[in-house]
Every structure is written in structure tokens, then in C-alpha cells.
Design a protein around this ligand. Structure first.
Ligand SMILES: Cc1cc2nc3c(=O)[nH]c(=O)nc-3n(C[C@H](O)[C@H](O)[C@H](O)COP(=O)(O)OP(=O)(O)OC[C@H]3O[C@@H](n4cnc5c(N)ncnc54)[C@H](O)[C@@H]3O)c2cc1C
Length: 309
């Protein structure tokens, strides 16, 4: 699979895995293998060794504290799909690939691959997640996800977990893509209402090489809401929010190359439509409008995803 010289290591603990990363040097971490195995088969990567993480049970842990959730790097999409403490993360996990991909693909692998259209990373960007890493040289560190994605994983570094703040309010995840198992999605959008902080947080994947955080649109929507009263269902706010997101998409640096299915102007427009819809669903969920589709399900117009209150 990896050429005659590749050696397979199977550590049982994070400490062993980190030591192997430091000692072996030219090594790939193997989690679920959904990205790595095709790359090895195609000869795109030829590491001297593989460090398989499946036996490292520490990486499979999930923790719930009053203010934050910790999700081990070895947790699979399937394990997140019904996880009640993180409804938006669960919705993003349910939107991933086929059942086989959800059963094997992991959080650590999503961070290791850092695909600009990866579903989980869009949600993690919206909530300003932190990435926890360990290496023999630097020990343990916690870095903001945005910084981690900008610089990439350091040599010899293992992602051990991600940390997500607990927010009070609806969370929505929407995706435009082809049939369920097709990859990648064209665009995705995560939106979180953070009632305690009086903030709307939104991230769009599929427009830029990183994730788009439309700050002006977030500030506009937060400013339109009276946070001391029940949230409005707000169709007008959602429409303007979408227009501002489309503008931010258009003006964002480091645009992904346009493809035949997704010319740039389509992506900017679609980003605005997804964001507008996500905010409308979140506000409707908060105001208890059960006819709005705010509690999720598939749309008939090429978008799919869920909103959760
Ligand atoms: C048919 C198909 C459909 C797909 N559909 C979707 C989809 O709809 N949405 C979506 O978002 N993704 C999709 N994917 C992509 C894929 O499932 C994810 O990127 C997955 O999360 C990768 O996780 P893994 O455990 O399989 O990683 P692996 O393939 O094992 O590893 C991927 C990379 O991450 C590194 N890595 C693994 N674990 C760690 C760690 N703990 N610390 C640091 N680096 C690490 C590896 O060295 C490697 O470079 C699809 C893939 C396929 C093949």
C-alpha cells in the first residue's frame, strides 16, 4: 500500500505515539484512513512509516464541562452524529459522506487533512474552537483553530482533541452538495446563536482556502436583535445578513479556484443564500416557529442540513 519500506507502528498511548512521531521522522498518522489510504494507494504520499492511532483509547474520549466540550481526535463522525451536548457539531457530522465514511472518519483526520470544504471544520470555525496538540518537543499546547489551520500541523505534532465553547441558543448547519456520499461539498455554512455573549457566529466553507468568517454580517445581525427579549423570527434581518455574507464572500482574499460546477459568482451568491437561510432557521427556532423547518431535514433545492435549538 505504501511501498516496500513503510513500517506500521501501533502505539497504545498518546505518549508512545508522540515518541514514535519524534523518532521516526518521515511518518504519517493513520486514523480512519478515509483520506490517507486513497492518497497512499495513488502514490501521492510515500512515508517511511505509519503510526496507526486506533488503539489509542485516550483519543476516543469526550468531555462535558459547564462552559466547554472536549472531543478526542479519535472520535468518529458517527459517534458525534447524535451527541446532544453539541447539536451543531452533530448536524455537521450527519452531513458527512456515506455511513462508511462516518463510521471511520475522525475529528483528528479532519484537522490533519484540513480540507477547505470539510464539514466539521466549518462548524468548529464558527464556534472559535481550540485545537489541543502534543509533541515530544513542545509538550501539550492549545491553539485557536484559525491559527492551526493557517500554519498547518507542526512536525512531530499529534492532535489530541478539540475544545468547543458551550453556547446558549440554536445552531444550524447547511450544505450544498451532490448526492449524500459525494465529496467534496460545494459549500457549507455553520451558524450559532450565542445568547449569553449576544453574538451571531457564522462560518462558510468552500469559498476561500480557509474558512470565511463574515464579521460585518455577524455584527449587523447581533445589533438588530434585542437580546433581553425573546428573539424575533426576523425575515428582513436574515435577508440583509445574507447580502452582507455574499459581499464578504466576494471580497475575501485567497478564493478557491472556480470549477465548472461552481463559478465564483455562483459561490458568492450561494454563500449568501445559505447564510440567510441559516439565520432565518435559527431565529425561527428560538422564537418557537415550528413551521419554519428550523428543526432540520433535507431541502428539495440541493441544500441539506439541520437546524437545532
Ligand atoms: C468517499 C468520501 C466521502 C467523503 N465525504 C466527506 C463529506 O461529505 N464531508 C467531509 O467533511 N469530509 C468528507 N470526506 C473526507 C474524510 O472523511 C475526512 O477528511 C475525515 O475526517 C478524515 O479522517 P480520517 O480519520 O479518515 O483521517 P485519515 O485519512 O486517517 O488521515 C487524514 C490526515 O490526517 C492526519 N491525521 C490523522 N489523525 C491525526 C491526528 N490525531 N493528529 C494529527 N494528524 C492526524 C493523517 O496523517 C493524514 O494526513 C470524504 C472522504 C471520502 C473518501
Amino acid at each position: 500500500m505504501t511501498g516496500a519500506t513503510a513500517v506500521l507502528h501501533r502505539p497504545g498511548t498518546v505518549g508512545e505515539a508522540v515518541r514514535m512521531l519524534a523518532e521516526v521522522g518521515d511518518v504519517e498518522l493513520l486514523a480512519g484512513g478515509t483520506d490517507l489510504v486513497p492518497a497512499l494507494r495513488a502514490g501521492l504520499r510515500r512515508p517511511r512509516a505509519l503510526v496507526a492511532l486506533r488503539r489509542v483509547l485516550e483519543l476516543r474520549a469526550r468531555g462535558v464541562a459547564p462552559d466547554r466540550l472536549t472531543i478526542g481526535a479519535g472520535v468518529t463522525y458517527a459517534e458525534l452524529a447524535d451527541w446532544e451536548p453539541a447539536p451543531g457539531l452533530a448536524a455537521a457530522a450527519r452531513a458527512v459522506g456515506s455511513a462508511q465514511i462516518r463510521n471511520t472518519g475522525t475529528v483528528g483526520g479532519a484537522l490533519g487533512s484540513a480540507n477547505p470544504r470539510g464539514d466539521l471544520l466549518t462548524f468548529l470555525t464558527a464556534v472559535d474552537a481550540e485545537v489541543l496538540t502534543r509533541s515530544a518537543r513542545a509538550g501539550s499546547r492549545a491553539v485557536p483553530l484559525v491559527g492551526f489551520l493557517a500554519t498547518g500541523r507542526r512536525r512531530g505534532e499529534l492532535v489530541t482533541a478539540v475544545r468547543v465553547p458551550v453556547t446558549r441558543g440554536p445552531q444550524v448547519f447547511l450544505k450544498i452538495g451532490g448526492r449524500q456520499a459525494a465529496y467534496p461539498a460545494l459549500l457549507n455554512c455553520a451558524l450559532v446563536v450565542d445568547g449569553a455573549a449576544g453574538r451571531i457566529r457564522c462560518a462558510i466553507g468552500g469559498v476561500t482556502t480557509g474558512r470565511l468568517r463574515p464579521g460585518d454580517a455577524e455584527d449587523f445581525a447581533a445589533g438588530e436583535i434585542d437580546w433581553s427579549a425573546p428573539l424575533p423570527s426576523g425575515a428582513g434581518v436574515a435577508q440583509r445578513f445574507g447580502e452582507l455574507v455574499a459581499l464578504a464572500a466576494q471580497e475575501a482574499p485567497e478564493q478557491l479556484p472556480a470549477g465548472p460546477r461552481d463559478p465564483a459568482d455562483y459561490r458568492w451568491h450561494a454563500a449568501g443564500v445559505l447564510a440567510s437561510r441559516a439565520l432565518a432557521r435559527a431565529l425561527a427556532a428560538a422564537s418557537g416557529d415550528s413551521d419554519s423547518g428550523a428543526r432540520g431535514g433535507a431541502d428539495g433545492d440541493g441544500t441539506r442540513g439541520t437546524g437545532t435549538a
